[in-house]
Ligand binder design. Structure first.
Ligand code: FMN
Length: 397
């Protein structure tokens, strides 16, 4: 149980306390009389004296407008005038001047005191010095403005980087009666590290690459450039996938920032012999989907990722498989394997491969599009969290 507060017993005691409280307050407290000519101040507390530098003797009997000066905003003064005319309350912020001429920002609130007939007899004014607050607000505002323009600049540059990044993707696919190529590329808002490429190495021999560079943002954009140029230079010289990946690794190793690397899946298809050779470098397995038998064959060569290890310590192997008319080759990045449904359950590999099996008759473009819809449907979302990239082809002839 707490102690009972000691009650104020006499009016005198109450008045003393009130005066003490009024004078201790940091704010200026003023009372002006409304039924005397020019509405003079009849009371100011010590807070007012401390705030303005004027003494009671200086100001009692005068209208409080003496605090105003050349830079006081007249429309704000008007608000006060109108409020007083209408017997209403008002709160404003206006520039006032101390006795020594120093300007200060005054947050002033004036409140009418009315008699029992509703006639305003007095006004109580409360003044607070908000100069520092105003200055902080001003510098915050300008800092915010600077930040916003900086942010816009960065956003613009990121958009540019992404636009330029799209140039490394093939704008058209090689035309041939023997094959039909297709791709799906859904970059997320940020710059991501996925890309793919399709090249014709020699007549009827095609290279198809899918790659995923670690990270996002400008760094990923630069690394995709570097990787794509290194790859293309080498890939146009040879049809050995292991050689291309080995040399790409040698070119990039030492040039990559610490901790970054690339995973890639590279296939070369010779449409004259229908031989597919491939190298899987730290990347998810590829698939051959057989239209006739509905088989789904996984393509693995289990080689290390690219760019992180010196050529002396890694070897990239190459495997081959013979394709048949109607076969489809499907390559993708890990976003496909990392789709989660709303119960936080990840898609199982078997769910994905049985989807491929059930849709093995679809033409390649439709197959890729339906994989995308399947993954979206599984995740229950309308877009992917990560880059979503697939590339593939179908043997027509
Ligand atoms: C109680 C009270 C306190 C006031 N305090 C201030 C003040 O601190 N600073 C100020 O510039 N004006 C203050 N004013 C406003 C002026 O006294 C005056 O009402 C205002 O300048 C508009 O009237 P005018 O057009 O006759 O000048 C106060 C008014 C009242 C009623």
């Amino acid at each position: 149980m707490g102690m009972n507060p000691k009650e104020i017993v006499s009016i005198k005691e109450f008045e003393d306390l009130l005066i003490k409280a009024t004078n201790t307050a940091n704010e200026g407290i003023t009372i002006s009389s409304m039924d005397q000519i020019d509405r003079p101040l009849v009371f100011v507390n010590e807070g007012f004296e401390r705030l303005t530098g004027y003494t009671k003797l200086d100001v009692i009997g005068k209208n409080c407008r003496f605090l105003q000066g050349k830079d006081t905003d007249q429309s704000t003064v008007n608000i006060l005038r109108l409020a007083i005319q209408n017997g209403e309350q008002a709160t404003v912020e206006l520039l006032n001047y101390k006795k020594d001429g120093t300007p200060f920002w005054n947050r002033l609130s004036i409140t009418p005191l009315k008699d029992k007939n509703g006639i305003t007899t007095h006004y109580v004014g409360v003044q607070s010095d908000i100069t520092e607050l105003r200055e902080t607000q001003k510098s915050l505002k300008s800092a915010n403005k600077d930040l916003a323009s900086f942010q816009n600049k960065i956003k613009y540059e990121l958009e540019e980087a992404r636009r330029v990044q799209n140039f490394i993707l093939p704008s058209t696919f090689p035309t041939t009666a023997k094959l039909s190529f297709a791709s799906v590329f859904e970059p997320m808002d940020q710059i991501g590290g996925d890309f793919y490429d399709i090249i014709e190495i020699e007549k009827g021999v095609f290279g198809v690459l899918i790659a995923d560079v670690t990270g996002h943002g400008i760094q990923a954009a630069l690394l995709t450039f570097m990787t794509s140029f290194a790859f293309k230079n080498i890939a146009l010289q040879t049809s050995s996938t292991a050689k291309v990946v080995t040399e790409t690794n040698e070119k990039l190793y030492n040039k990559m920032p610490r901790g970054s690397f690339i995973t890639m899946f590279y296939v070369v298809y010779d449409s004259n012999t229908r031989r597919l050779s491939y190298t899987q470098a730290g990347h998810p397995e590829g698939y051959v989907v057989r239209a006739n038998t509905k088989e789904v064959i996984s393509l693995t060569s289990l080689s290390p990722l690219v760019g992180a290890f010196s050529g002396e310590t890694v070897t990239y192997s190459e495997s081959t498989i013979k394709l048949e008319i109607g076969d489809k080759v499907v390559l993708y990045t890990d976003a496909i394997l990392e789709v989660w449904n709303s119960d936080d359950v990840m898609m199982k590999r078997e769910e994905f491969t049985s989807f491929l099996k059930n849709n093995s008759k679809l033409p390649i473009k439709e197959l890729l599009d339906s994989i995308k819809s399947f993954c979206l449907k599984f995740s229950g979302k309308s877009s992917f969290n990560d880059d979503f990239t697939m590339v593939g082809f179908e043997v027509l002839n």
